[in-house]
Design a protein around this ligand. Sequence first.
Ligand code: CO
Length: 495
Amino acid sequence: MKVKITDLALRDAHQSLLATRMRTEDMLPIAPLMDEIGYWSVEMWGGATFDTCLRFLKEDPWERITLLKKSMPNTPFQMLLRGQNIVGYRHYSDDIVEKFVEKAFARGIEVFRIFDALNDPRNMQTAMRSVKKCGGVVEAAISYTISPVHNIQSYVKTARRLQEMGADTLCIKDMAGLISPLNAYELVKQLREETALPIHFHSHTTSGMALASSFKAVEAGCEIVDTAISSMSMGTSHSPTETVVAMLKGTEYDTGLDLRKLAEISEYFKEIRKKYKAFESEMTAIDTDVLIYQIPGGMMSNLAAQLKEAKKEDKRQEVFEEIPRVKADLGHIPLVTPTSQIVGTQATLNVITGERYKMVTNETKNLVRGLYGKTPAEIRPEIRRKIIGDEVPITVRPADLLEPEFQKLSKEVAEYARSEEDVLSYALFPQVAIEYFKERNMNEKGLNLKDLAAIAALYMRSTEKKIEPKAGGKDADLWVGAARRDAMNGGGWII
Ligand code: CO
């Protein structure tokens, strides 16, 4: 059986290596060549890209799909969808999930890889149903972790349930690169025997096992393998595409992909990557800490930053030791967004306050309250009491408690939103989206650098005079007018 390849360069690879900073303009030039390769899919959206586009790159994430699709009409686009968390960090109401999927599909996403951090299928059901309704491919994912309550039987049980719920393909999502080659073999073999679903294997090269694990997964009957073009591979990223292609060449698993064309693509990303040097992850080689503490690569760099901010860098080791304990306390939850952030922050607090669960974040409380879904194992009662006292956790599907919110949010953001997509961006990241919309309005007024400098100058002088600056909305016009007049009078500053 021929093995199919999904390339992750445009999403997970730069999320893992370059803090998700790759811009659409750097993807477009290579898109036509990538379109010629014959990938099963190209993952280019979802995960942290949505947030980063709005927050840091000041790009419209929706436009990225449209622009790329024009240059890659023949390759199915794939996104990573965090179930009821969509591409955010909390649960959203069903109508937002439905609308999000509908719009993403309309723009060109075909394969929706849907996962839940706790592997609670109830958190995936609305997203799965919405994808089905549009006619997209439902790729249901199992978040892979190692714990006393996770084993092949438990994964098979989850997979069967996902099959009943309408999955078209099944992804083994090994976000930390923990799966060993023989475990991958056994897991794929069992899943093949007990479900009818094609298996898609996703791993990270953090610990160095991913290439061997991918190969054993293929041997056990896995049909689709995730890779990243070599210049965007390894470290916290993924197995190199060319290596996997070469490894399977001339065998019954031959991918049929052209190594020369792949080399050309690799050359392109090698150059582009230099532009993002400032965002390079420190984990570009093999990191065996992941094998001991099970901390995904992205989480490690976040933690390092958090500790630095708190001037507690010397506590790194203690925090690393605390993470698996918090993970176990909270019901052996897999560590992936958003649980990796919840556990990482809580473990840090436990260490730097000197007393476990003395300070507890709202997210930890909500997790214990059941608001993120059912944890793989019971949360230890004494820990639960310490965190939420006598409060009784919910047992229903968390989103059942959420009122529809799309209409309400549409009204709230009416001044800025130009499309339903804008409303969705606002629903997911309210403040960040508003800032982005304001900036978009400014840019479209045709302001050049000189204008902006003049505005800045005027702003600075007005604050000196203690005049309340009012930017945004209709007031922006007044500001632009005033700034231009000011500039003509010689007030323009160079910034
Ligand atoms: Co990943």
